[in-house]
Design a protein around this ligand. Sequence first.
Ligand SMILES: C[S@@+](CC[C@H](N)C(=O)[O-])C[C@H]1O[C@@H](n2cnc3c(N)ncnc32)[C@H](O)[C@@H]1O
Length: 279
Amino acid sequence: MDWHSRFLQQAAWTRDLRVYLFERAGLNRARRVLEVGCGTGAILSELAPCPVREPGLLRKNRDYHATPAAIHGLDLEPVRLAEARRHVPAAVLVCGNALGLPYPSRVFDITFCHFLLLWVRDPLLALLEMKRVTRPGGAVLALAEPDYDSRVDKPDALAPLGRWQAESLRRQGADPGLGSQLAALFRQAGIRPIETGTLRSSPGSSEVVPVPAWGTGHKGGERLPAPAERNLEWAVLEADLAGWVPAQEVRRMKLLDEQAWERGERVLHVPTYFAWGKV
Ligand SMILES: C[S@@+](CC[C@H](N)C(=O)[O-])C[C@H]1O[C@@H](n2cnc3c(N)ncnc32)[C@H](O)[C@@H]1O
């Protein structure tokens, strides 16, 4: 499995929201930024160092969140960090645990995570740690946390796919429904809420509908993803299901899925939540 490609794919789904949130959180004025659970550096590699402060640059160049800040990343897995070092040579990368961040208090202007909290044993403690290392007035952002328990698959014959995916995440120690608890976790962590909501996260979609002021929402309608996108999605699913869902059943679902996309009848929606607030 090529995890960097997978993380880049997920990063593309959430890019528009990220541009919006980073701008609101003041990324172009930040001096020090941290991604907790940075993986292979898919998100950090977008934070191109920008020596010149240019207001509005983020709007002009949507692919890069230009910032003069020093970029820091932390991950539990040395293998992922080794890859991140190749993709983001300018970043300061540290192997460590989100549940006990190896930084002093109040040192970062912005602390964020992306598809992390569902994997963490104690997500509230992780948020408390993110809050601790962020300076007063700084921002803590959870950019994307899915709720696979509410995944929508149409036609109905494809419903087992969502159940299998959620079960597979549970077997791997993740909480597939974490996204729906995000706003409550921010409140419990004492992070002053600014915005929360959901974004569209279907394969191939990068359209995003941020919903202000602790509401939730999503936009209907799906777009046919490129075959390469679907193949990557299936590669992850097949790896996750191997050994506990009969291969024949998986093949049958894959065929039904392909046919539904071709007929224009496929709907795949995973509500994916974001939240951010100030310390
Ligand atoms: C789904 S990946 C997301 C990577 C990256 N944020 C991205 O979006 O491309 C989740 C990452 O969190 C890391 N992780 C999981 N639990 C962690 C923990 N307790 N502390 C630090 N990193 C952790 C994993 O090693 C993995 O690289």
